[in-house]
Design a protein around this ligand. Structure first.
Ligand SMILES: [Zn+2]
Length: 441
């Protein structure tokens, strides 16, 4: 596991690469990410054969661009992929053609609001070809000249050069507890030369993984699975190849756009008032935040994880909106170390509560003889807990999780958990795990 001076420095390593659904630079990105993940997390890259059916989708082909440029016929080169990978529409078809400006114009893309930037445009599935350029440059192109458009691109279907995603798992203290299942954290790696979307989420997720490896969740907690890959199709392809993992998933966070200077925004689960929503709200209650519905823009892989036929409760954490979105202005200049780290910390706090939470189920009859078992709490040491003992003990019927008990008695989660753990140590409660609430097909 490589050490790092800042999350921004990791981001700088893969930021400029031509990352897309399947590309050599995307492979390189997954290697870089892996080099920073905890050694103990068993970081693994999986490869899927292009064109293979995955649920209702198909695994995309590897995209190779040998060269791409736009020239004024007999004159200067106005746009060159070699200068910036955003200059072509991602997954553009090959072309080598001389066109009039009128013929060319439908294939040119720019951003009206940020006329000095190159926008990022993709046409992965309804394929065509196109160039992206600053509006300022577009305005200057002579209308009466002919243009030569050249894109030497290739779509490779060799299964050995397939589509890649990566996962890693960080276990709680003492190793995995299969009954508790897994919590999933995802960030996507597929946007060329974009920093905040979602290189930022990727490095915040690396930080989160390292924190959970350094200070593991309490014994018996969920394991935390980390996932990196291309947006949407990446998660679909991964789950379609690993359906047996789905019943293990008890919740998820999609992390993205965590580096710009803005407050945290979180998006509800599709269930809306799930335990995960309430825990998120609890963790954030002292900070200023934006709260949005499930899959509000920008929606990502939570639409897969929390979508039809899977339906595992999944929130999203981001710092959207920001003006530079999907343009060359989404670069390292708008990345703030404290924002990147802050998002990791927020996710960490949510996961520490959610993944260590369980439902205590009583094994005893009658009120427990507290002082006989060292369970009495001296009111001089903790008045509030002393007052809450009866209420807590009355909630061991297997209907409330520790988090809910803490909410009901008005005490801190960790105070209540520590106390319930003492009952568990004496064999007075059994821990029922947070159940799988997704769809079983
Ligand atoms: Zn995006």
């Amino acid at each position: 596991m490589k050490s790092y001076t800042s999350l921004k420095s990791i981001l700088a390593e893969f930021f400029p690469l031509h990352r897309t659904l399947v590309s050599d630079d995307h492979d390189k990105t997954l290697e870089i990410v892996g080099s920073y993940m905890p050694d103990s997390s068993n970081y693994t890259i999986e490869t899927y054969a292009p064109l293979k059916q995955v649920w209702t989708w198909k695994v995309p082909e590897r995209y190779v661009v040998h060269e791409a440029y736009l020239e004024i016929e007999g004159g200067e080169r106005v746009v060159d992929f070699a200068n910036n990978p955003l200059h072509i529409v991602s997954y553009s078809l090959p072309i080598d053609k001389v066109l009039s400006f009128e013929e060319l114009q439908p294939h040119l893309f720019f951003n009206e609001k940020l006329p000095h930037t190159i926008p990022w445009v993709f046409k992965y599935y309804e394929r065509s070809w196109g160039f992206c350029l600053p509006k300022n440059l577009f305005d200057k192109l002579p209308r009466d000249k002919k243009y030569r458009a050249v894109i030497k691109s290739e779509f490779i279907t060799d299964p050995k050069q397939g589509f890649k995603v990566a996962t890693a798992v960080v276990h709680p203290e003492g190793g995995p507890n299969p009954d508790a299942g897994e919590f999933l954290v995802q960030a996507h790696t597929c946007h060329p030369m974009q920093a905040n979307d979602d290189g930022a989420g990727v490095v915040s997720t690396i930080e989160l993984a390292r924190r959970l490896a350094e200070k593991p969740l309490p014994r018996g907690s969920m394991s935390v699975r980390f996932w990196f890959g291309p947006e949407t199709i990446g998660t679909i392809a991964w789950l379609a190849h690993n359906e047996s993992l789905i019943p293990n998933l008890r919740g998820g966070i999609f992390m993205e756009m965590t580096g710009n200077q803005n407050k945290i925004a979180w998006h509800h689960t599709r269930q809306h008032n799930h335990l995960l929503d309430r825990i998120t709200k609890f963790v954030l209650h002292e900070t200023e935040y934006d709260e949005r519905d499930f899959a509000a823009a920008p929606a990502n892989d939570e639409r897969v994880i929390n979508g039809p036929g899977v339906n595992v409760p999944c929130i999203s954490i981001n710092r959207f909106p920001y003006d530079q979105y999907h343009t060359t202005d989404d670069n390292l200049d708008i990345m703030h170390e404290d924002m990147l780290v802050g998002a990791a910390q927020t996710a960490e706090e949510i996961i520490r509560v959610y993944a260590s939470n369980y439902t205590p189920k009583r094994t005893f009859r009658g009120p427990v003889f507290l002082s006989g078992y060292g369970l009495w709490v001296d009111w001089r040491e903790n008045w509030a807990l002393n007052r809450a003992i009866e209420k807590i003990m009355m909630r061991f019927e297997g209907q409330h999780t520790i988090f809910e008990i803490a909410e009901q008695v008005g005490l801190d989660y960790w105070t209540v958990r520590e106390y319930v753990e003492k009952f568990r140590a004496k064999g007075f409660v059994n821990p029922l795990p947070i159940p799988f609430e997704g769809d079983v097909e």
